[in-house]
Design a protein around this ligand. Structure first.
Ligand code: SF4
Length: 718
């Protein structure tokens, strides 16, 4: 390629919530390489996904034309083999990078023109809405799409479908964290940016394998340790950051509330709390104090969490004696039926020690997808409009009714798993799924499959034929990250512009254009000239994005809130003087210990916890089609402690059958002492051995997040 043909386009990595700034080196029709760009987010650093995981966009399996299901493929059912009948090794090795078997699935659909497909979509959704009411419809938006696309999608569902049944993967990710943060400090976003770890005396990393899931953020933590920050790691699994830690507490899965209550017990009994902060800025401390002093001494707690009482004391003293502590957490905290309680405890820990509103302090739930913060900000949540404005508040509802020109439903919508249950019962008849793959990502796959098959009408909009698309009536070909312009908000609240590099393949279109077309054909014109125009409308309905525009975001974006975007970068630290709660105070919420929903027994003696690996992303639609990433990690596996394998008479790397009350999968065993005896770990990326066949759909009562991190299973030789 002549150097003159190569364009350098500044954009943002499409994978995790760190949101690394990248430069894409491309010609008119292909990408040549991606490199890290100077930015406060990543200082030119990238992990293996950001650097090598872009070629999925060029994959020959990209969808290029609208598809309509053929008459002879009704009634609907799965087209690929049953998930639990698959053998992970033979499947993935015989079809490298191929997840859905295109030869089996594609014949069920015929190509259509955009006009035919969009008319069908609009008429079927309209018919369901008019005959059964808007609440018979639902939509899953995507945290892989831009803020503009998320805003438009939720506007379509609320203003055109006439329901608040709109949700996205935050429900599977940090919904419990957000519920706790909103309740206690009045805001669901991070208080301090992750780079602020450099100014922390202590960093607490809990329930997060940051080295795999937020690799560039993890480099900031490692750097801080080298410069004197003490790192405390609390986790069910040992991971690479443990090598940098002053303390590592390997707790039992589901025991976070017990562990943190015990830490707070020590802080109170040894008078290591910040009395001035508690008095001036909080409420509810006496109730919390009473609970933790009564029920959670380190000795009472040791058998519950598996950490020695003296180690709990040492960790509490390290926290209590530090001048500042910044807390990072991930799915190990959030994805429990006690996820909201777990997060409440972390918040109480910071309030009690006065670790808020200063450099090197605060709360940072590490966001998963690159735009899960933005998709939530933009309103892909059933109970709130953009900027977390409740749908139940009459004044707020009237504001949106005026802006959108229609009457809106006052009832909060259903969440992700509730929508699945409603589809199974026939209460939801039509769904629009944009860039999500619930068949693989959602808990209890066999139930999800039943729900998808039970829908009267399913539209899937994606860049590949996903497992969910096997159940679609209409499939709409969308654009990949590299084929459109839009804004993305990272875990720090930094809003950045991702810029178009290539044209979409074939007849594929940008997601916002497809959503606008559906709305218009349902009688609600959406005429936008560009994503910048959509952003302007969205920002005008919020406080946090109000002064931002595409132009003002510049090369490296702005942190919201940003009072003077022309001259400032935005707020690195929030809540220096008061919290955005009704009385300005932070609230302690006492949390008694509650066990997980499904405990091990003689028949199912192991605890299963699920998660991600460094090389793959969620349901693998992108990373398993990236040559480098798939070559590094081609197969499904289960991590089992060597002692458990030896007791089962199974050698490492042998195929095993893992079963729960909901199904069975077959995959390779990896002998590995990063887990404790009695606990196993399975990454959820691999369709042919889908971890979610096993998981439970029991929900946290507040955040409505499923318990991906705990269910009872058994293991046999395959
Ligand atoms: Fe992309 Fe996250 Fe890796 Fe950065 S750390 S390159 S945002 S996957």
């Amino acid at each position: 390629v002549d150097a003159v043909d190569v364009r350098d386009v500044d954009s943002v990595c499409p994978y995790c919530g760190v949101g690394c700034a990248v430069t894409v080196h491309a010609t008119d029709d292909t990408i040549l390489a991606v490199s890290g760009r100077e930015s406060p987010v990543n200082h030119e650093r990238l992990c293996v996904k950001g650097r090598y995981g872009w070629d999925y966009a060029l994959h020959p399996q990209r969808l290029t034309k609208p598809l309509i299901r053929r008459e002879e493929y009704y009634p609907k059912g799965p087209l690929s083999p049953e998930v639990q009948d698959s053998d992970s090794r033979t499947k993935s090795k015989s079809k490298p990078g191929g997840i859905v078997d295109y030869d089996t699935v594609l014949p069920a659909f015929r190509e259509a023109t955009w006009d035919e497909a969009l008319d069908l979509v609009a008429s079927r959704f309209k018919a369901i809405r008019d005959e059964r009411g808007g609440d018979a419809l639902a939509g899953f938006g995507s945290a892989k799409c831009s803020n503009e696309e998320a805003y438009l999608f939720q506007k379509l569902i609320r203003a055109v479908f006439r329901t608040n049944n709109v949700d996205h993967c935050t429900r599977l990710c940090h919904a419990s964290s957000v519920a706790a943060l909103m309740e206690t400090i009045g805001s669901g976003a991070v208080t301090n940016v992750f780079a602020d770890v450099a100014r922390a005396d202590v960093a607490l990393l809990t329930g997060s394998h940051a080295g795999a899931n937020h690799p560039v953020a993890a480099t900031f933590m490692k750097e801080a340790v080298k410069n004197g920050t003490k790192l405390i790691v609390v986790d069910v699994r040992r991971h690479d950051l443990v090598d940098f830690a002053t303390h590592f507490a390997q707790i039992h899965s589901g025991s976070d509330v017990a562990f943190y209550n015990a830490v707070m017990h020590v802080l109170i009994t040894e008078d290591l709390v910040d009395h001035d902060f508690i008095k001036a800025r909080t409420e509810g401390f006496p109730e919390l104090r009473e609970l933790v002093l009564r029920d959670f001494s380190p000795e009472q707690t040791e058998p519950m969490c598996g950490v020695a009482a003296e180690e709990i004391r040492e960790i509490a003293r390290t926290i209590g004696r530090a001048g500042s502590m910044l807390v990072f957490w991930g799915m190990g905290i959030a994805q429990h039926t006690t996820g909201t309680d777990n997060a409440r405890c972390l918040i109480s820990l910071c309030l009690m020690t006065g670790n808020m509103g200063r450099p090197g302090t605060g709360l940072h739930p590490l966001r998963g997808q690159n735009n899960v913060q933005g998709a939530s900000d933009a309103g892909l949540i059933p109970m709130v409009y953009p900027d977390y404005q409740p749908v139940t508040n009459k004044d707020i509802r009237q504001k949106f009714e005026q802006a959108w020109g229609v009457e809106l439903s006052p009832d909060p919508g259903l969440t992700v798993v509730e929508i699945t249950h409603a589809a199974l019962q026939g209460d939801i008849a039509g769904m629009y799924v944009l860039g999500e793959n619930p068949f693989v990502s959602d808990p209890n796959t066999n139930k999800v499959r039943g729900a998808l098959a039970n829908l009267d009408f399913l539209v899937v909009q994606d860049i590949f034929l996903t497992e969910t698309a096997e159940f679609a009536d209409v499939i709409l070909p969308a654009s990949s990250y590299f084929e459109k312009t839009g804004t993305f908000t990272n875990t720090d609240r930094r809003v950045q512009v991702g810029r178009q590099v290539l044209d979409p393949p074939g007849e594929a279109r940008a997601d916002w254009q497809i959503t606008a077309e559906i709305a218009s054909r349902m009688g609600y014109p959406m005429d936008y000239a560009s994503p910048a125009e959509i952003f302007e409308e969205f920002a005008g309905l919020t406080k946090n994005y109000q002064r931002l525009t595409h132009e003002r975001l510049g090369a490296t974006g702005k942190l919201w809130p940003c009072t003077h975007p022309e001259t400032e970068d935005g707020a690195q630290i929030l809540f220096g003087d008061k919290f955005p709660t009704p009385n300005g105070r932070g609230k302690f919420v006492p949390c008694p210990f509650l066990p997980a929903d499904e405990l091990p027994n003689d028949e199912y003696p192991f605890v299963l916890t699920t998660g991600r690996v460094l090389e793959h992303w969620h349901t693998g639609t992108m990373t398993r089609r990236s040559r480098a990433l798939n070559a590094l990690q081609p197969d499904a596996f289960v991590v089992v402690h060597p002692q458990d394998l030896s007791q089962l008479g199974i050698s490492g790397e042998e195929l095993v059958r893992v079963s729960s009350r909901r199904g069975t999968i077959v995959l390779a065993a990896r002998s590995d002492n990063t887990v404790s005896p009695g606990t196993i770990f399975i990454p959820f990326h691999f369709r042919e051995a889908a971890a979610n066949v096993l998981t439970t759909d029991a929900l946290d009562p507040y955040g409505k997040i499923p318990e991906f991190k705990f269910c009872a299973v058994k293991i046999d030789a395959a």
